[in-house]
Design a protein around this ligand. Structure first.
Ligand SMILES: [Zn+2]
Length: 115
């Protein structure tokens, strides 16, 4: 399955290959304020179709995840980081994916994700 996603103004756009099985509601200080519902995929599953230079970036705490956002419209469609095994992962904000009904998936509530 290929999903397309973007920020609100369209300056950031991407597509991602994979199958959504569950979404994660992360209760860290950052995710809860932004209201993300996260979908974790291997980094190579995501293809950026817009310019990398257009990505704003934010890090905090352990600085493991680059939280990317659009400097124009403020939407934050994904972050890039590493999992516990050191593998590159992408953390997508499912709310920025086109034609995805987030209410159709189970939601895991987590408070143990290293940012
Ligand atoms: Zn934008």
């Amino acid at each position: 399955m290929t999903y397309k996603g973007s920020c609100h103004c369209g300056k950031i756009c991407f597509h991602v290959e994979g199958e959504i099985r569950e979404l994660v509601d992360c209760s860290c200080s950052h995710c809860r304020k932004k209201g993300y519902l996260l979908w974790f995929v291997p980094r190579e599953s995501v293809t950026l179709n817009s310019r990398k230079n257009d990505l704003g970036s934010y890090t905090f705490d352990q600085h493991v995840i680059q939280h990317h956002f659009c400097p124009t419209c403020g939407c934050a469609p994904f972050g890039f980081g590493y999992d516990g095994e050191g593998d590159a992962v992408a953390v997508l904000n499912a709310r920025c994916l086109d034609d995805v009904d987030v209410s159709a998936y189970p939601v895991a509530h987590r408070n143990d994700i290293t940012a």
